[in-house]
Design a binder for this molecule. Structure first.
Ligand code: BJW
Length: 246
């Protein structure tokens, strides 16, 4: 990096949770393998077969809440960065798991929703959920059965909190994408927005995704992210102490 950043935006994708035991989407062993994307991740698929879609998300929710699934060192390092970085910091995740929060991150933007929330399709009210959702279940707000859906963003739907994300991208001087293939928009275009507004851009991934970042760190997030966070915090502390000495 050319200079110490004062404002950092981090975007995470499925790769950051892979070492916690949650499958990525587009890997050979990914969940999409058993289901067509159009069947389980579009409003049309849900309209056609809500039982199938509920089963898909219920299965993933049960896995998320099961014992072996826990945050890994990459999640923990980002929580430390949020707590100790002296500048502006925003963590945006495409993931619908809660591993960032469980690692200690306090301020997480879940742009594709959250697995532990459901939404009434009539009132748009959002409720916490830890058990299964079914089409027989009556909604707490309208009392009707069949109105509840997972609080997630499917293809063709608008991701959440976009104005807040765009504002942070326009202000940041360092943008880092961790564990995302860069195939799904608008997240795949965030590094372009940040760069157009003067930021340096970095990718941390098992491989170079070919998306045109300024810097690449290749390797498992659980190894690479803690090392990078240590370096960034060390540089941040040095900058703070040298400006105090002036
Ligand atoms: C590791 C690792 C380790 C592994 N360490 N790394 C034509 C052109 C352009 C756009 C469109 C188009 N036609 C339609 C669109 C728009 C569409 C889109 O992008 N489609 C593409 C398929 C082309 N997008 C939308 O519809 C979005 N809405 C929208 O655009 O609204 C209009 C709008 C306009 C203007 C501004 C704003 C909005 C909505 C997209 C919703 C995506 N939803 C899903 C499901 C969410 C719920 C759920 O989880 O079930 O989100 S799809 C799925 O993909 C999920 C993910 O969040 C998302 C991204 O996946 P991610 O995280 O990148 O995972 P993978 O598996 O792809 O990659 C993992 C990476 O990790 C790999 O690179 C590995 O190498 C790496 N890795 N292990 C480090 N240990």
């Amino acid at each position: 990096m050319h200079s110490m950043p004062e404002s950092v935006v981090i975007l995470t994708g499925a790769g950051i949770s892979a070492e916690s035991g949650i499958s990525t989407f587009r890997a050979a062993d990914g969940l999409w393998e058993q289901h067509r994307i159009e069947d389980v991740a579009t409003p049309e698929g849900f309209f056609r077969d809500p039982r199938l879609v509920h089963h898909f998300y219920n299965t993933r929710r049960r896995l998320l809440l099961s014992d072996p699934i826990r945050p890994n060192p990459a999640h923990t390092a980002l929580a430390r960065l949020e707590q100790q970085f002296g500048g502006e910091f925003l963590l945006v995740t495409q993931n619908i798991d809660n591993l960032h929060e469980r690692a200690g991150s306090r301020n997480v933007v879940h742009m594709h929703g959250e697995m532990l929330k459901m939404r009434c399709q009539i009132s748009e009210r959002v409720f916490d959920i830890r058990g299964d959702i079914s089409i027989e279940q009556r909604c707490r707000c309208c009392g009707e059965a069949g109105n509840l859906r997972p609080h997630v963003v499917w293809f063709g739907e608008m991701p959440l909190q976009m104005p807040r994300i765009i504002g942070a991208l326009e202000r940041c001087d360092l943008f880092i994408a961790i564990g995302t293939s860069g195939q799904v928009y608008p997240a795949a275009g965030f590094h372009d927005i940040a760069r157009r507004h003067g930021a340096e851009t970095m990718e941390i991934n098992l491989e170079d995704t070919g998306s045109g970042f300024d810097y690449h760190i290749c390797g498992k997030a659980g190894d690479t992210v803690p090392r990078f966070v240590d370096q960034l915090l060390e540089a941040d502390r040095n900058k703070a102490s040298s400006s105090r000495g002036k």
